[in-house]
Ligand binder design. Sequence first.
Ligand code: 3EB
Length: 346
Amino acid sequence: MTPPGDILRLDYLPVARLAQPARDGWPDALGGLCFSHPAIADEAAGLPLLAVDMPLLEGQDAICEVWSTAEALRSGRHQGIHYREGDTLLFGCLTRDEPTRVTPGDGRGPLQAATQAAYESIFELIQSRGYHAILRFWNYFPGVNRVSHHLERYRQFNIGRQDAFLSHGRSVIGNVPAACALGSAGAALQVAFLAARADPLGIENPRQISAYDYPNQYGPRSPTFSRASLVNLRGRDLLFISGTASIVGHQTLHAGDVDAQTRESLHNIAAVVAAANRRAPGAGFRLCNLAYKVYIRYAGDLVSVRRALLEFIGAPVAAVFLQADVCRADLLVEIEASGGHAIAPG
Ligand code: 3EB
């Protein structure tokens, strides 16, 4: 149970722990993401759980990243989005197949069209439920680095995402949500998100050009995400750090060297944490108090990445290691993190 007053808690649980009906098992759960290969999630739990086909690298069968809150909750569905909300936070997720045929004359590829439609549904939902802002998006789809319709699929995703922000009158710079975008082994586009009624602050990294300002050598549209989002909910400062890679300025560093890429990514996370602490001086975010998800392109790099993480932070941390394609072909690792909430490893 989430202690009274706890606005947000993160648990990493074996999927079997979720198999009971939500009312006896996880009354406080907003929802979450289950990782395994192949994907499994127990929908009988009555929770919005995104079943992502993505191999876990430490030998576990399946793990669910579950977000909980002490507030009273209700569930709903909207255009294929399964969501659950309290008074402060809403978690939702969806799985969308890419259209097999696009409308003639529609210049959009199927992933671009599916992405735009998914994001437009999400924005419609949160507006209708009275939520201003999305704190965090998680994006998973197959073949991120594959070219189709003359464009790399990650770049198609970026166009669809940005068009949805624009068509809903949302800014595509500044206080945009934190995010990650990774290649799954699944067949469909999957998006999960955490929305709040409060206004979050987008945090940028002084070592990196903001992703929304990337030059067009990385695609015709810049990605719409901030390096982190910071929000105060019921007196708690919460920090959601986007997927972070070995990029300085806008360039990939250390191509082919997974150790150096891991260290560079952690330098970037440290810089984001420092920037967040300047904006929320009381929060005291520290690398050793965050929960991490680590996406590794090649399973054989697990040992190197885990060692580099431990050495850099200097203490064991809550971390889940997954095999996933990263959105630039020369990136070998991407690390996301969050903090300020309770963390209870399963
Ligand atoms: C980067 O910094 C690495 O498109 O939502 C990291 C986090 C990355 C989020 C996204 C992409 C995204 O550009 C890639």
